[in-house]
Design a protein around this ligand. Sequence first.
Ligand code: GLU
Length: 482
Amino acid sequence: MSGPRVRIAPSPTGYFHVGTARTALFNWLFAHQSEGTFILRIEDTDVERNRDEWRDGIISALNWLGLNFDEGPFYQSELLSDHVAAAEALFANGYLYACECTREQIDERIKGHAKPGYDGYCRDRNVARSELTALRFRVPDEGTTVVHDVIRGEVTFAHDSYEDFIVVKSNGNVLYPLANAVDDRSMTITHIIRGEDLLPTTPKQVLMWEALNHCLGVETVALPRYAHLPMLVNEQRKKLSKRKDPVAVESYRDQGFLPEAFVNYLALLGWSPRGDEEIVPRATLVEQFRLEDVSHSPAFFDVKKLSHMNGEYIRALSLEAFIEAATPWVAPWSSDWRPSDREAPWTREQFDPALFNHVAHLVQERVATLGEIPAMVSFFFLDEVPFDDEAFAKTIANDTGKRVLGLAFDDFATVDWNAAALHESTLRLGETLGLALRKSQAPIRCAVTGTSVGPPLFESMELLGREAVLERLRGALVRADA
Ligand code: GLU
């Protein structure tokens, strides 16, 4: 393939972040619309902070979102010898120099200096390399590095605002900016699309990339184009915080967001489709997305809007697809994947798949996430009605409530058993007590379902059957008098 080559390069130091998912999507869209190649490189060199489950989480999150990669996963930890070789070449050509200063010595020297950072003390001292020396990059004293950014235009960085930064630590570890540039170079990445937080390291990488082109001579590799994506912010317009904001893609999967809805929502974080409609299928995203149209203003990650969109996607599913999508939450034992933080409220024996298939359309209209389904239908499967005490006190444990249930118990014993007749009967018994339908329905709903909200009552009672409903009305009356 001769199209662009893009990559994501996440570090497995935490759950797969929604920001990384957005970066992955924009790379994927860009690759897909231009016959490009999307590469996954896992930057797993920080052994203390990496965890296997986070590394695997990157791959499973990408699979879930349908952001398949064409090459990889490559593991940066397997490429260490390339990083060392690059550092040696830079050193041999004078781009790096050995520095023996300790942090304390530097701090002592720069006390009171107007310019913070390393003062270049070892630059021209020809310090011999040992296990106590780090290697620093000799940043030119003058001039600027201009980063050509597709989203931000030309961003100019003055060299005098950069210290001679460390590239190789005294323990031999090659640090992120070089390792990242070396791998991008050897993978001939043409476009680096990543979060704005990495913009300040970009001039360092440009300087090192050009230096590598110079020292590794023959194989000049063109600098990539950069595109730094806007930051994601929370409701307070603050950068999303790992601790305070729900940022783990996995938790959205656990809650029952649909991957297509999630992808659609992520696409709107910094970009907007041409028309007024925000619900845009993936193929249209691929067709319309333009990297140069991405905004540089922060993008609000709005969980409410995401939930709303998810509800729309849920309602757009066919009934079969909805039932299938609900399986991990309602019948986890029949599903390869199941949400990690919740269990179905019923056992395998209590659950009746045929009944669920019947009631599914009633809940499909009402949920924003698949995780909301079990609570909404548990009354169909649990032997004991799952009473919400507050709703019970309000609707049943009083004279009106008890009178409604008494009348309903008599009427429902003989009424035709279908939703329309049950509706009619509830309306009538309410009238005899001077109650509007809303009021006469409330105690019946609570007696049958345990709460005051849920799927349409009359259809639910029809499905539950006469005997079960009468039993529940009687049970609620006994409970009210207890
Ligand atoms: N591994 C780094 C990170 O996760 C680099 C990412 C990049 O260059 O795209 O922040």
